[in-house]
Design a protein around this ligand. Structure first.
Ligand SMILES: [Cu+2]
Length: 457
């Protein structure tokens, strides 16, 4: 019997070549642009239709459209893709138009949208437009709202983007395999009036996770809990790009979570307000300041802040095992254990055996021989040494004097003199011990009720 895993790894060979769309019909379908890079594409300024301030998809891109008789036409192609998770590791994923996640779709409130979806996967799929208010038959739940899109077929969806906000798209067919293989994308509906909810820089990305054995290329889609590659838009640090902003910019970051667990995202050096969910905008009077926002499964949170502090600020999931890459599993806690003798004995059996974690889990300074195609648990070089982070970690780089629309990485922050934590080299102080706590005066024993239980507590 063919296991699902075997089935997936044979996906490339099983790809359907013959399109069922005739040549005449194909001419009526807009072209489907492909993206070969996993980098962050510059924002796509709208060439037609109502004006808006475009978003920047972190390690992603926006899908160009064709305007036809006042309708914005897009073409998504569901297909196997090879995604670079970070330099040194590629994964066989499923995605759209050459990448996973698929391209961001950007439209304006009130736009009529027509989306052609071509299925080049070896199994049936569909697209659900998460958060949109649309006719029931356009909602994309295979079997419930429409027939599944068989391999080789093209379906068309059409609806009006009724409300401004941040949404997502993903299959509603064999979801565990298809979402687990990376099929997802962001959707931003901009307000009709570009002055509404205006910010200077507007970022969007999705959170996802994979279970890829070190040395392997294809995610195990039967995994329910034990994921080992935690990604921002299918990139793991140090593969994630920084978000570059100009000092005093108003910044929005829209984060959707299509992984199978929640991610408390934490900002450094700033505080933000949660200004939107996938249900809509939060009225200003209902917002409160935060430095961490928990993004539940299937949720989107838009946060906004004033970037008033220059520097390179960490921005990451606060679950510490989500800022690690593969190989973080089945490693015993050896902190404080002296295993010199043990290591010698094991070395007799396994030459090259290395003791890990005697003084903590740090592997930054050590370079273990890694299997081909995986990532060190914690990696990335910073201006002061190793950044012992992986996974869902990136940076917000706040700089003075950037040009509007300049998103290029400005390099590392140059700290003003005297503003960096430094080693103290003076004399250590005398050891002073706090006086012992005076013993409590004897309790009046006779008054203590013994054996009375604590039911009243
Ligand atoms: Cu997380």
């Amino acid at each position: 019997m063919t296991s699902r895993r075997n089935f997936l790894s044979g996906a490339g060979a099983a790809m359907v070549g013959a399109s069922l769309v005739s040549k005449a019909a194909a001419a009526a379908i807009p072209e489907a642009p492909q993206q070969s890079s996993a980098g962050t594409a510059p924002p796509l300024s709208p060439p037609n239709g109502r004006p808006y301030n475009p978003v920047v998809t972190l390690n992603g891109w926006t899908l160009p459209w064709r305007m036809k008789d006042g309708v914005k036409e897009f073409h998504l192609v569901a297909e196997p893709v090879v995604r670079e998770i970070a330099p040194g590791m590629k994964a066989n994923l499923w995605g759209y138009n050459g990448q996973s996640p698929g391209p961001t779709i950007e439209v304006v409130e009130g736009d009529r949208v027509r989306i052609f979806v071509t299925n080049k996967l070896p199994e049936a799929t569909s697209v659900h437009w998460h958060g949109q208010f649309l006719p029931n038959g356009m909602d994309g739940v295979a079997g419930l709202n429409q027939p599944a899109i068989a391999p080789g077929k093209t379906y068309v969806y059409e609806f009006v983007a009724r409300y401004a906000g941040t949404f997502m798209y993903h299959p509603h067919a064999d979801e565990m395999a298809q979402i687990g293989m990376g099929m997802m994308g962001s959707w931003v509906t901009h307000p009709k009036d570009p002055r509404q909810h205006a910010v200077d820089r507007d970022f969007v990305f999705l959170l996802n996770a994979y279970d890829i054995e070190p040395g392997g290329y294809t995610p195990n889609v039967n995994t329910m809990l034990d994921f080992n590659i935690w990604t921002i838009n299918s990139r793991a640090f140090p593969g994630t790009d920084p978000m570059v902003v100009r000092k005093d910019d108003r910044v929005r970051i829209r984060i959707g979570n299509l992984s199978m667990t929640n991610h408390p995202f934490h900002i450094h050096g700033h505080r933000f307000e949660i200004t939107g969910t996938d249900g809509g905008w939060i009225p200003p009077a209902a917002r409160w300041p935060e430095v961490t926002v928990d993004i539940g499964v299937g949720q989107m949170r838009a946060i906004e802040f004033n970037a008033d502090a220059p520097g390179d600020w960490a921005f990451h999931c606060h679950k510490s095992h989500h800022t690690m890459n593969a190989m973080g599993h089945q490693v015993p806690n050896m902190i404080g254990v002296d295993h010199r003798g043990v290591a010698r004995k094991i070395n007799d059996l396994v030459p090259g055996y290395m003791v890990m974690g005697e003084k903590g889990g740090s592997m930054g300074g050590m370079r273990m021989p890694l299997p081909e195609n995986t990532l060190p648990m914690m990696d990335g070089k910073g201006p002061f040494g190793e950044i012992e982070m992986g996974g869902m970690f990136t940076m917000i780089k706040v700089r003075e004097g950037l040009a509007r629309g300049d998103f290029r990485d400005p390099g590392w922050y140059r700290h003003p003199a005297g503003t960096v934590a430094r080693e103290w080299t003076g004399a250590p102080p005398e050891t002073v011990r706090a006086p012992a706590t005076p013993a409590a005066p004897d309790e009046p024993v006779a008054n203590v009720k013994r054996g009375g239980g604590h039911s009243g507590h």
